[in-house]
Design a protein around this ligand. Structure first.
Ligand code: AMP
Length: 196
């Protein structure tokens, strides 16, 4: 079956971890704009060169760059029968762009999963990730800025999807398996069947 899903939540809520699991369970591609940007930065592509300063500062990359990248990715054949977006859309402009892209393709999102996590918990998780992975934007002051950007620019999207009746809230705190189980049951309630 097709499933067009979106995972939304603050940095450090576990979106990437859960997206990888849902990708395997739902057999749809998981598309992380953050991963795509990081790959471009590593490869020093023109996009990566433009994105790097924003990412290092914990700011959003401009919508114009991000929207084009997502369009290119969603137009690839493997997204035809569904996809899971992780970290996009992140601004109201990106929501408008995604809406018109999907409308052009006669489709729409099915479910938006909000991973709910307390800011103190995510700061601690990201501190740990900084030690484990050395991501340059996991430095504590950058983390606090990313949380603030999330609060200002991304949190308002939750109300938008709630009004559309697409939002399910899932507690993101707990063991990884436990959280995956919560997401799977929330999706099942919405008619999206997740194979184990
Ligand atoms: P993430 O891996 O989702 O935490 O993203 C890491 C960084 O990539 C963010 O702090 C932004 O600088 C950039 N980024 C990822 N997704 C987006 C997006 N949808 N819009 C703008 N910037 C983004």
């Amino acid at each position: 079956m097709s499933a067009r899903l979106l995972l939304i939540g603050p940095p450090g809520a576990g979106k990437g971890t859960q997206a990888a699991r849902l990708r395997d369970m739902l057999r749809v591609p998981a598309i992380s704009t953050g991963d795509i940007f990081r790959q471009n930065v590593r490869e020093e592509t023109p996009l990566g060169v433009k994105a790097k300063a924003y990412m290092d500062a914990g700011d959003n990359v401009p919508d114009s760059l991000t929207n084009d990248l997502v369009r290119d990715r969603l137009e690839q054949a493997d997204c035809a029968s569904g996809f899971l977006l992780d970290g996009y859309p992140r601004t109201l402009d990106q929501v408008a762009y995604l809406d018109s892209f999907l409308a052009e393709h006669d489709t729409a999102m099915d479910v938006v999963v909000e991973l709910v996590a307390d800011p103190d918990v995510v700061v601690e998780r990201l501190r740990q990730r900084a030690l484990d992975q050395g991501r340059s934007d996991d430095d504590e002051s950058v983390v606090r800025h990313r949380l603030e950007i999330y609060r200002q620019q991304t949190a308002p999207l939750i109300g938008v999807y709630e009004e559309r009746g697409l939002l399910v809230k899932v507690d993101g705190i707990g063991e990884i398996d436990e959280v995956t189980g919560r997401i799977a049951s929330a999706l099942a309630e919405r008619g999206v069947v997740v194979a184990g």
